[in-house]
Each structure stands twice: as C-alpha cells, then as structure tokens.
Design a protein around this ligand. Sequence first.
Ligand code: PEP
Length: 268
Amino acid sequence: MNKSLRRAVIAGNWKMNETRAEAKALLEEMVPSILNADCDIVFCVPYTNLETVADMTRVTRIKVGAENVHYASSGAFTGEISAEMLCELGVRYVIVGHSERRRFYGDTDETVNLRAKATINAGMTAIICVGEMLSEREHGVTNEVVAMQTKIALEGIKQESMKNVIIAYEPVWAIGTGRTPTVQQANDVCKLIRNTVADLYDQATADSLTILYGGSMNPKNCEELLSEPDIDGGLIGGSSLKADEFSAIVAVASRLGYGKDAPKAEGE
Ligand code: PEP
C-alpha cells in the first residue's frame, strides 16, 4: 500500500534526561524549526516534564508522550502513574515495552500488553516497542522473537483500536550504540511486523499501521531508513536531545512527504 496513506511519525524518546529548565531551553531552540513539519511529531519525555512540554507546544501540532504507564487504573502501586493521570496532563502517546524497561524493570510481553491496553482504553496511542537482542539475531531467530512480541503485545486489542497503536521496531543492539541494521534488514523486520498484524486482523489494518524504526537513527542515516517501504517514521533517542539533529530528521521526513494523505488523528 501507498505510504502516503499512513501517518508518518517522528517521535523523540528523551529517556531520563532534561531537568525542567533544560527541557524549556531545548524546546525553545527546537520548536521553531519544526513548526511547519509535514509529519507528526511526538516528544516522549520524563513524567516531570510532561506539563512543561504540553504547555510549550499547546498551540502547535506537536504531541506529548510519556515513556511508560502503569496498567492498573489506581491502587497501591507506590511510585507508579496511571493512564488517566497522563491523559489529564494532555499526554496523547505512551511508549510501552521499551527494551530498557524490559531489561532493567522486568517488563514482559504480558505487562507490555497490559500497558498497551491501559493506554488505548484511556484514549491515547500506544507506541509498542519490539526488537531482538544481538544474540537472538546471531542465532537467526529475529523473526520468531519479533513476531511473538508483536502477537502478545496485541492480545485482546480489538481491530477498531488499532488506529491507536504504533509499533516501533527497535533492535536492542542498535539502541544508543551507533550500530544499525542495514536498511534492508530494518525494512524486512518492519514488513514481518506488518504481515503479523495482517494475520491477526486483516490486510487493511496492517496497511494502515504506522511502524517506526528505532536504534541510532540520526540525520546521516535517516533518509535511507525512512525511504524504505515499510518504515513510516522513527523513534529517536540520542538525536532527540539535540535540536539541530532532531530538526534535521524531521526535515527529511517532511521532504520525503509520505503520510500526507493519511486520516487525521483525533483532535486535529
Ligand atoms: C531509543 O531509546 O528508543 C533509541 C532509539 O535510542 P537511540 O536513538 O539513542 O539509539
């Protein structure tokens, strides 16, 4: 299917970076250069910066995202944040199942599924991260691992809710390392994700699903990656903290021009 019918998304993942003052300074530098972008832009930021980013992007089309969410709606979960709490602050997107959450905080395919459902039920869009570890790629089981993560993450999510799902393919060994798969390898896995979604739902659902690539995307390699037929955008860590680099990636996505005929997201 024509890429122009899928929403192109460039999402930054700030991780545990930027105090409130630093966030303000970064946005002041970055926002003017991405205001007229022809793609969706999301800043996924630490909880403490959500309100600041929401306030500073209110009159723009830039959207605010969180980096995690708890799956219960309330209760005795000290230190956790619910989907409703995020929504109330103007959050529209939530990253779930990032490999750092899986590795350091015990997130499993099952909890990723619960977090995705909590996000969607609150009316937000889940950016579900999947991806293989280096040893899995070396053992030749990348496709099996990514298909399994995708299937479990989507369990119980109805077809009509898939408009609130983005999947980010992030090979774990490419995150923050400067290493990337070849564009062919990256596209092959994104295509596998799309085929998995077609099997679970139908071809139309798969064709309209936005699939991002994440893992050391930067201004130098983004054009090649974003030009691939099954890569609809990027989830960007390191380069999202540098105004010039993030703006350059957004400019490339805008110039490539895909996603222009995609249905508008709610609220636009
Ligand atoms: C990420 O953390 O999701 C990521 C892709 O990081 P980086 O761009 O730094 O590899």
